[in-house]
Design a protein. Structure first.
Length: 245
């Protein structure tokens, strides 16, 4: 199982997604285009594609000129039937790749939140094993319209499009299910200034909030990660396909 992971900024660890990848024995290739503009060159070298979150918006092509190509790559992966996972910015880029509109500075959602499954979400494999209302971590102000070919899987009162699927196994989650309690603890240090600017008293309330919500969010994250990994279909490389032709 060959999985390409695209990071869009530093300090974006995989949390429970990393746990599930290790469990599955996945071969992981990391790409950091915010440093060197490099993304996977095509869809044949990997069985699945993960695109993580970032501080930039999904339309910031001037400062991050790789974004259009990355959105197109996600669309190509999903149209081929391969598994795709876009988290936060990654979900916004997946939506962009499928012709949806990116909505900048739409609504801030930050911290542990309750997410509601839609009727279609209740039967989708990504959310299997979760309660109809589940807890996870949010950190965004941008969002997107739902791609015309997408199925909405989860929602909140403030931001409708929280999780969606396009095709067989291409998923976008606006929420950070990969933000385990350990990841959030690190973020309170790494991004203290940003958090205080957004939510001035949140860090003061953080210990109580973590005690109330973090364990449930950790369980949610690992369930979603394992569910998505189970949808990866291991295929032949381009070289193997050419050799057998």
């Amino acid at each position: 199982m060959r999985v390409a992971i695209v990071e869009n900024m530093k300090n974006t660890p995989l949390g429970p997604l990393g746990v599930a990848l290790v469990e599955a024995g996945a071969e992981i290739s990391y790409f950091r285009p915010y440093i060197d503009q490099t993304i996977p060159t095509g869809i044949f070298d990997h069985d699945a594609l993960v695109v993580l979150g970032g501080e930039q918006n999904a339309l910031d092509d001037e400062n991050y000129p790789y974004l259009p190509a990355l959105a197109r790559l996600m669309q190509r992966f999903s149209e081929s039937g391969k598994a795709v996972l876009g988290i936060c910015l990654g979900a916004q880029l997946l939506a962009r790749g499928h012709g949806a509109e990116n909505l900048l500075n739409f609504q801030l959602e930050f911290g542990w939140q309750s997410i509601e499954q839609t009727e279609r979400g209740k039967t989708d494999p990504l959310l299997a094993g979760l309660d109809q209302t589940f807890t996870t971590f949010e950190w965004h102000s941008d969002t997107f319209t739902l791609p015309s070919a997408a199925t909405l899987l989860a929602t909140t009162p403030l931001v409708e499009n929280q999780a969606f699927r396009v095709g067989r196994a291409a998923y976008g989650t606006q929420f950070h299910f990969e933000a385990s309690s350990g990841v959030v603890a690190d973020w309170t240090v790494d991004f203290e200034g940003s958090i205080r600017q957004m939510e001035p008293d949140w860090l003061d309330r953080y210990p109580a909030l973590a005690a109330e919500h973090a364990a449930r969010a950790d369980a949610t994250g690992l369930t979603i990660a394992r569910n998505w990994l189970s949808l990866i279909e291991v295929g032949a490389t381009k070289e193997q396909l050419l050799a057998s032709a």
